[in-house]
Design a protein around this ligand. Structure first.
Ligand code: ZN
Length: 340
């Protein structure tokens, strides 16, 4: 599959992903959780959430899966980021760190895993379905049975009292809820689902239509550097441009008008086991918008480049708001379906 890249590249990509893949960053995840908190308020589902999370809100819980990335398998599974991320402070107790360490130990090399590959649990946060596809389909280039689509289904199974399917190792309902509250946000970030594949000249290629080469993989935009047209300066990676959200979309701006949008979000059709597949399909449409009209420079030093204008920045905000809103509503719908 697409992650079978060459060893040198693996190290580079692992470093990039370790620092850059946290869909939405903490602010976006807080917003998704905050919307869900409001939508489940007063329901049976909220009582179950309270009981499992011991009083943590979904807004607080939604960053746990990223905080767990502070556990370093290369340092005997020590938690190495204490004090570094304010949103993780609530988990930095002796029991809290032990919980993150235990999760990472069980979910480090349980997937197809070669030396140098990123820890398995860090790969539960995304998939790389080509934007040429209209729907997510497990088996396509870039998909895995331990990607974000599979991870959401696994957490739902555990919350419904069934064992997690392999390769996931989810110990109980509390851990499943911590993970679900995060992954439901990840699956709405366009670059965590829809991938553009590029040749060495920077031309978009459909990985299903050409002989696939691992080097075509842009790693969710983590191998694409943005260049600000106004200043001609290299800026952050394209992935990070999408993880960041403007101040107006932070959780403290979730007001009655925004909640009305979330309440209007349609329910997902079909059996709950297939919901994450449906959600990936809708995010693919947003990813096509995210990549629309972008022109990529040739591959150099392991990266492509893309010039971005102020107009592109303006076009991102409504997509981000739509996706965060969908994430919050779906998290609430899922919890209320599990605990009607
Ligand atoms: Zn994530």
């Amino acid at each position: 599959m697409s992650r079978q890249v060459r060893p040198v590249l693996v190290a580079l990509i692992a470093a990039l992903y370790a620092s850059a893949t946290s869909a939405w960053g903490p602010d976006g995840h807080h917003t998704v959780g905050a919307i869900a908190d409001r939508l489940v308020a007063g329901t049976h589902a909220q009582a179950q959430v309270d009981a499992l999370l011991g009083g943590l809100t979904l807004e607080q819980a939604a960053v746990w899966a990223d905080c767990a990335k502070g556990v370093d398998p290369g340092k005997d599974f020590a938690y190495t980021s204490a004090g570094r991320y304010p949103e993780c402070a609530i988990f930095e107790t002796a029991a809290g760190e032990a919980g993150m360490i235990d999760f990472v130990r069980r979910n480090d090399s349980n997937c197809p895993h070669a030396p140098g590959d990123p820890s398995c649990h860090t790969q539960y946060h995304y998939t790389d379905e080509a934007i040429e596809r209209r729907r997510y389909h497990l088996g396509d280039v870039g998909t895995r049975n331990f990607d974000v689509v599979a991870a959401i289904s696994a957490t739902i199974q555990v919350l419904r009292g069934e064992p997690a399917p392999a390769p996931f190792d989810i110990k109980d309902k509390r851990e499943a809820l911590l993970l679900l509250s995060h992954y439901v946000g990840d699956i709405t970030q366009p670059l965590h689902v829809g991938a553009v594949y590029l040749d060495a000249c920077g031309r978009v290629v459909d990985p299903a239509a050409v002989p696939f080469e691992p080097l075509m993989d842009t790693q969710g935009g983590n191998r694409i550097a943005t260049i600000r047209v106004a200043t001609n300066h290299r800026s952050e990676l394209l992935h990070a441009t999408w993880d960041d959200i403007p101040e107006a979309l932070h959780a403290n701006h979730v007001d009655a008008a925004w909640l009305a949008l979330a309440r209007a979000e349609p329910a997902t059709r079909g059996d709950i086991a297939g919901w994450s597949t449906e959600w990936a399909g809708t995010t693919l449409a947003q990813a096509r918008l995210a990549f629309k009209d972008l022109q990529f420079g040739p591959l150099a030093n392991g990266q492509w480049t893309v010039p971005l204008t102020g107009r592109y920045d303006d076009s991102m905000e409504p997509i981000k708001k739509r996706q965060l809103t969908a994430g919050g509503a779906r998290l609430a719908h899922t919890l209320m379906a599990i605990w009607p």
